[in-house]
Design a protein around this ligand. Structure first.
Ligand code: SF4
Ligand code: SF4
Length: 265
């Protein structure tokens, strides 16, 4: 995460205008790729592991640290910085920059803009999620002295952020879940399921196709074909699964046979 003191102008809309340019010739180039905590999203990991030719498990083992969120007890993955005093990102090369730029995480794409989500009720009393933006202006970043003019909407287009936000949207809604007061934190099994279904797609695929998952949940045949061939579809099934097991939404259909079996227990 960036320095919170540098966060400005909370709750900006897509039409907010700002001047900015980040390029190789700028004096601060690569400075923002050190001493920072970058929270990874499921779609970040899907793209990064593909680019690096690794399984999701290998990626998590080599490049991520898992930290437990105090308020929800969800385990979240962060990029593992190197052990130098600068805590440099493992993918930055000085002076060339990011070695996996086309697949860089969404936080790196957004910078110097930040994004948040508010949970509210609409006129019909339905829960809606409202996205907003804020600005991060850190003293070391000279990009603000450049003349290129953006709106947050044009910045998002330029940085391919809309695709990432679309992929991660349902997962980001999960991040708003909190442990209720006076109730225990998530148990270790649920934490492990959160970790697997959020980030470890290769293990989740085995879980779906090689465990009792399909005997418990009724997944239509057409969807099954897509799940075998599309990691994006599998990732989205993971989000549905998490909403279901965390009791947030009835996103999956339990088979009658599984319900009968459960009653017998
Ligand atoms: S500090 Fe700002 S201008 Fe400099 S490399 Fe990072 S984002 Fe670009
Ligand atoms: S992933 Fe790339 S852009 Fe992001 S911090 Fe690392 S080197 Fe910088």
């Amino acid at each position: 995460m960036f320095n919170l003191k540098a966060v400005e102008n909370r709750h900006l809309g897509l039409d907010y205008r700002f001047k900015f340019k980040c390029h190789k010739g700028i004096s601060c180039f690569t400075q923002c790729c050190s001493n920072i905590d970058i929270m990874l999203t499921p779609y970040d990991i899907l793209r990064l592991k593909k680019r690096l030719g690794m399984t999701s498990y290998e990626f998590l083992d080599k490049y991520a640290v898992i930290k437990e969120d105090e308020k929800s007890s969800h385990p979240y993955a962060y990029l593992k910085m190197d052990s130098t005093p600068e805590r440099r990102c493992p993918f930055v090369v000085v002076p060339d920059g990011c070695t996996l730029y086309p697949d860089r995480p969404v936080s790196c794409r957004y910078y110097p803009v930040g994004q948040g989500t508010l949970k509210k009720k609409d006129d019909q009393d339905n829960i809606v999620h409202e996205e907003f933006y804020f600005f991060v202006k850190e003293p070391h970043c000279k990009g603000f002295l450049e003349p290129d003019l953006w709106t947050i909407a044009s910045w998002k287009d330029d940085q391919e952020i809309t695709l990432y936000d679309g992929m991660n949207r349902e997962w980001k809604q999960l991040l708003m879940r909190r442990n209720l007061p006076n109730t225990p934190a998530l148990n270790p099994k649920k934490k492990a399921q959160f970790l697997m279904a959020s980030y470890d797609l290769d293990t989740f695929k085995k879980y779906v196709f090689e465990s009792k998952f399909l005997q418990v949940f009724d997944v239509p045949d057409a969807e099954l074909e897509e799940l075998k061939n599309s990691e994006e579809a599998l990732m989205k099934l993971g989000f549905k699964y998490l909403k279901f097991i965390l009791g947030l939404e009835k996103t999956l259909q339990v088979r009658d046979s599984a319900l009968k079996e459960k009653k017998k227990e």
